[in-house]
Design a protein around this ligand. Structure first.
Ligand SMILES: Cc1cc2nc3c(=O)[nH]c(=O)nc-3n(C[C@H](O)[C@H](O)[C@H](O)COP(=O)(O)OP(=O)(O)OC[C@H]3O[C@@H](n4cnc5c(N)ncnc54)[C@H](O)[C@@H]3O)c2cc1C
Ligand code: SF4
Ligand code: SF4
Length: 809
């Protein structure tokens, strides 16, 4: 006898399940198919090509009227089921009840809408069905402005589709890079670059605050104050299993409707299928595992044995021209290793993640042809040890011998291009070497090879090694770290000349050999980027040493030291009282005067840091940056005001300089001293920058040190006024910020570039003014108090990057 089967939801999963069922048990069921949407089954994945205009709706329909009729299915489309009466075994639809012997709930997911003010305004849509797609098509007139909230798979497909129709599209994404669940930062960067090439604006680290508008949406306001005008807002921030019917019916529901291996719910007559389900604690958002569920449920209904086992899924983005592939697990974890391949010229990035002898994840951008081959290795858990050396090159090289880079270069004919930017071929380089150019700089000077983007430097060196044999002294300036062949100087130069504005951009375009850099290059890159692009680059806290991340120096017993700024070494009774109170309140075991004329609270427990900062902040004090590669202290003597030898107001000048320079990030720490006369009580002549006041004005000297190396400063310039001291000092610090290698103190840098060069730069009025202006621009962004910032936005305390201890002051 045929049984009544009622199916709620004509989505991708139920369509596939019905096909299997009619094949496995023809005539066994009389089927009624409800769908809230006013249509039957279609390929929801293909809504994106419909949006972009590459397909029409008719082309994506999977089951048409004729098919339903042929299978004898009663269709109730455009009719949502409102209730399930489990006792009577009846479902209630708007147009009347239907009894069932077996019931399948396949209601899919509901888009998640962020409940910000304005989210109900007309013009705010989700991206789930044909209605949403049509709303976006209607709004995507050329010149119309659309904002997509969410830079995941759906959001980006929506953005690309609307952009293809001529709309001006902005994507706002909360995280640091696009599609962070499927892609690592390197692939996210390449994706962003490709989307930006299509005119799509991407705003990462952007949190939506309000959707603005009177009668309909007009703009989106972000937490950081940015406003994007919008005629349409598409929210694509995630989905939730559609479980309302199941909940109301009293079925067991966790995040999704709980099902067993046979897709049975807690009621044996009711099954669930698709994105609305939760199996073994897992939810689903891609179609591949749902098709497996469909097969299992059809078998179960037909009385056959089958069990659902979730399989690995791979992701692809359906935006023409953006080739990405992601599968498996790519999170960093102990015991995992990466194999990375980058081809900056062609915008290719490939990364394989290995655990022991198995491949467990793959992320690729630009060339995804081998995706399926890698995916198969992930799924089967095959031992890849034997192929490891050539694995990243895919099946074409499988089992081949590891490539010898020198042999490959030797095999190149003379006309083979080595430097793509400047069109220099191997023969030109060989001739230059044979003509006497034996260093990289000389070859660069003669041929321009590796003088632009520099990514071919390694190749040029290989040609040199081949031509010169033992006479080739490899680059005397060592690479920045094991992640790259570039020196610090190269990297600084290329960041500027190529306009690289993020860490993933540097790593991709300069061909980093590791995924995310190391504890040595990341802090350096973070510094170079924020020094060169103060307005565009956003500081990456993950790339900072622990002391800078925690705004305090960690001590050897794991406690921290807290040092408030004391401008020019001057304090007040009120400040001293606040410090004393804080010391009492937080049981600070030692209060010590530092060599830089301030007070150090030592032995503060980590959990007390935010509170002690807040108390000191309330008393008007800011962080002394005693942990920072930035301005530390300006030590002063009492000067003219109290000392009979004083020639100028050294204390006042010191305070002025400290107020000018504090908060600036520099390659290494910077300390200043200002003495009121050559007796030099402030020990200014062993500081990074020392000012000695004399009757006729001020001697500005630089490049002193009093640490492991002890150095006396050398005279940079003598100037007549305090204003000039401030301008020259700011210009000199900026020169240092823009040119020095990370972690090089001023004296080391001056040794390298020469004092004369520094003097020339800050003596020339136009260069000095330009340096000064760039310094002030940077200060307009970075001169903030981390204690106050922390109060507004608590820092994350998770352990990250490498922990290195630094001396206090
Ligand atoms: C634009 C877009 C692009 C996508 N791209 C991809 C991709 O590239 N790769 C991939 O693997 N996945 C992709 N997905 C996800 C994929 O479409 C889903 O995983 C799949 O459609 C889920 O199938 P389902 O049958 O569970 O739910 P659905 O296909 O959503 O079907 C559920 C149906 O149930 C109906 N319904 C809900 N409640 C009721 C009720 N009370 N009464 C009657 N009917 C009801 C709904 O109207 C809906 O038609 C994409 C999704 C979208 C929206
Ligand atoms: S440096 Fe000169 S002015 Fe300053 S305290 Fe010493 S003696 Fe006085
Ligand atoms: S680093 Fe050396 S000099 Fe500096 S505080 Fe520690 S022990 Fe003293």
């Amino acid at each position: 006898m045929t049984k009544n089967l009622v199916v709620i939801g004509a989505g991708m999963a139920s369509g596939r399940m019905l096909e299997h069922l009619f094949e496995a048990a023809p005539g066994a069921f009389t089927v009624t198919l409800f769908n809230a949407e006013p249509r039957g089954n279609y390929n929801r994945l293909m809504l994106s090509p419909v949006l972009s205009g590459e397909k029409t709706y008719d082309q994506i329909v999977t089951h048409d009227e004729a098919w339903y009729e042929a299978q004898g299915i009663t269709t109730r489309f455009g009719e949502a089921v409102t209730a399930i009466d489990r006792e009577a075994q009846i479902v209630h639809g708007a147009r009347g009840p239907v009894p069932y012997d077996a019931l399948v709930i396949a209601t899919g997911s509901a888009p998640f809408i962020i409940p910000v003010p304005g989210h109900r305004l007309p013009g705010v849509v989700a991206y789930r069905d044909l209605e949403d797609t049509n709303a976006m098509i209607d709004a995507s007139r050329p010149g119309a402005r659309a904002v997509v909230i969410g830079g995941g798979l759906l959001g980006l497909e929506a953005a690309a589709g609307m952009a293809a129709r001529g709309a001006e599209v902005t994507v706002i994404h909360l995280m640091g890079h696009l599609m962070e669940r499927q892609l690592d930062p390197a692939a996210g960067y390449l994706l962003q670059k490709d989307l930006e090439k299509r005119g799509i604006r991407i705003h990462c680290k952007g949190a939506t605050k309000v959707i603005l508008g009177q009668d309909r949406v007009e703009a989106v306001l972000l937490e950081d104050g940015t406003v994007y005008p919008a005629d349409l807002v598409c929210m694509a921030v995630g989905i939730r299993p559609e479980t309302r019917l199941a909940n109301d019916a009293g079925l067991e529901v966790a995040r999704g409707i709980t099902v067993d291996d046979q897709m049975r719910t807690s009621d044996p007559a009711i099954y669930a299928l698709g994105e609305c389900t939760e199996h073994d604690g897992q939810l689903f958002g891609l179609v591949a595992p749902l098709y497996d569920q469909a097969k299992v449920l059809a078998a179960t209904l037909a009385g056959d044995q089958a069990a659902f086992r979730p399989v690995q899924t791979a992701t692809k983005l359906k935006v023409t021209g953006c080739d990405l592939f992601s599968a498996g697990d790519f999170a960093d974890a102990p015991g995992r290793e990466d194999i990375v391949f980058r081809d900056p010229g062609r915008g290719i990035y490939k990364r394989l993640i290995l655990e022991g002898e198995r491949l467990i994840g793959a992320v690729m951008y630009g060339d995804t042809a081998d995706g399926a081959w890698f995916f198969d290795k992930i799924r089967t858990g095959a031992d890849v040890t034997a192929d490891r050396d050539t694995l990243i090159f895919g099946p074409a090289f499988a089992g081949g011998a590891p490539s010898d880079p020198l042999a490959a270069v030797a095999a190149l004919p003379p006309e083979a291009e080595i430097c793509g930017c400047n069109g220099v071929c191997k023969g030109q380089i060989t001739r230059a070497i044979e003509g006497g150019a034996t260093t990289l700089d000389a070859v660069r000077g003669l041929t321009k090879a590796s003088a632009s983007c520099g990514t071919c430097t390694g190749l040029v060196e290989q040609v040199m090694a081949l031509t010169l044999g033992d006479g080739f002294a490899a680059n005397a300036n060592p690479p920045m770290c094991k992640c790259t062949d570039h020196t610090h100087e190269d990297v600084r130069r290329l960041i500027k000349s190529m306009g690289l504005k993020s860490i993933p951009a540097v790593m991709q375009e300069l061909g980093w050999t590791t995924v995310g850099g190391c504890a040595s290059c990341r802090p350096a890159l973070n510094y170079y980027l924020l020094a060169d692009w103060p307005l565009e680059y956003r500081d990456d806290r993950q790339s900072r040493f622990v002391n800078e991340r925690n705004h305090a120096n960690i001590q050897k017993d794991g406690t921290y030291s807290v040092v408030p700024r004391m401008w020019g070494g001057v304090t007040t009774p009120d400040e001293l009282r606040a410090i004393a109170d804080a010391a009492d309140r937080y049981n600070v075991p030692m209060v010590k005067v530092t060599g830089g004329q301030r007070i150090d609270l030592l032995g503060v427990r980590k959990e007390d840091l935010p509170a002690i900062w807040s108390d000191l902040n309330d008393a008007g004090m800011v962080s002394g940056h005693a942990y920072a590669k930035g301005l530390r202290t300006v030590k002063t003597c009492v000067g003219q005001q109290f000392c009979r030898f004083g020639t100028q107001d050294s204390t006042g000048l010191g305070i002025r300089l400290e107020k000018l320079l504090w908060g600036s990030w520099t390659p290494a720490k910077v300390k200043l001293g200002v003495s009121g006369c050559p007796r030099n009580c402030a020990e200014a002549t062993c500081k990074d920058i020392g000012i000695v006041c004399v009757d006729s004005g001020f001697q500005i000297s630089v490049a002193g040190a009093a640490g492991m190396d002890v150095r006396e400063t050398v005279l940079l310039l003598t100037v007549a006024t305090e204003d000039e001291v401030c301008e020259v000092t700011a210009a000199f610090v900026q020169l240092y910020r823009e040119n020095a290698r990370y972690l090089h103190r001023i004296y080391k840098w001056v040794d390298k570039v020469g004092l004369d060069w520094c003097r020339e730069q800050v003596s020339d009025p136009a260069t000095r003014a330009a340096l000064h202006d760039r310094f002030m621009l940077s200060q307009s962004v970075f001169q903030t108090d981390p204690w106050a910032d922390h109060a507004a936005r608590p820092a994350e305390w998770s352990p990250i990057a490498d922990l290195s201890l630094r001396a206090a002051e």
